[in-house]
Design a protein around this ligand. Sequence first.
Ligand code: NAI
Ligand code: MG
Length: 363
Amino acid sequence: MTYSVCLIPGDGVGQEVIPAAAEVLGATGLPIEFVWADAGWACFERTGDALPPATVEAIQACGVALFGATQSPMSKVAGYRSPILALRKTFDLYANIRPTRSLPAPDTRQGLDFVIVRENTEDLYAGLEHVVVPGVVESLKIITEKASTRIGHYAFELARREHRHRVTSVHKANIMKLSDGLFLECTRKVAKEYPDIAYDEVIVDAMSMHLVMRPETFDVLVMENLYGDIISDLASGLVGGLGLTPSGNIGEKAAVFEAVHGSAPDIAGKGIANPTAVMLSGVMMLRHLGKLDIAARLEKAIFDVIAEHQHVTRDLGGTASIDEYTDAVIAKLDESVPHHEIVPPRPKAAARHKAKLATKPEA
Ligand code: NAI
Ligand code: MG
């Protein structure tokens, strides 16, 4: 069986890390057909559409996608909406899963293994803002029983599936008594259905402190959309930065995997971005497709290259370019192929990227 995966590089470093992830996914030996699709700010400037219908159709057809990052303007631009937000809405990708796990990298916290389960469809992220009168803006925070209960179930099911022991609901119900109060009421109710898993509640500001001081004590954290956005960047910082942390936006009919980071304009185009986050998002995607062995092999190859510290990128204290790092991961993958399978010699990543960029639609 051939798997179809939609690849959406987007803007900035997305244009570098997605081809790198495609390289290592291709090198696993799993038959994958890559369907390249366009989205983002450059796409908007070129076509007037940040998320062309052809991209939505490609995701629909493939069922899974790997998304790079897109750049969003800080002020309102008529007709522009962040493509990843639009995709979360379009496909009802209600659960945003952001695992935080220590990597074998120096100067990073060890012993961490927790998962943030972020509600992905409502809250202040709904973008319902308007000017009431000049100088006064109203932004609506929408919290529903349906979405809060659904994400609560997802968190507990994930805990069971991954043999985890505790779900912590993160909130600010002491101030937002109605909205966060409802969220809390829902997760509390869901918890009663899972007597085998412990449940507790922590206020989001205190959670920020606890995560800095004792992150190893957490297991599964469930929270609303905006808290999940902020807390997951904090979590990235604990394990070595945004170049390392993957995520998956999961719905019933489609799943879009992406690094937690954005388009990183400060380092884009220099060949120095760390593609680990998006490669690990690829690992999550392989698991989602049920390819557990191949996922484990790719994950181990990535971890081994990081542990050896010979070919790591600058954010991890190394000097390797994205191509050198990608080649090192592929070499590790090749080493791990069962000995009866012959691995054909591969051209260097730089040459492969060039060939790939020449064949993919302008992005
Ligand atoms: P960012 O995540 O792009 O960058 C924050 C910092 O992390 C920068 O110092 C950057 O160099 C570093 N970083 C990010 N990815 C890295 C990688 N792969 N390797 C090494 N270092 C990396 O966040 P920022 O600068 O706040 O936002 C830039 C743009 O990205 C904005 O337009 C924002 O709207 C957009 N964005 C898009 C997202 C998406 O498409 N899902 C998510 C977050 C931001
Ligand atoms: Mg974010």
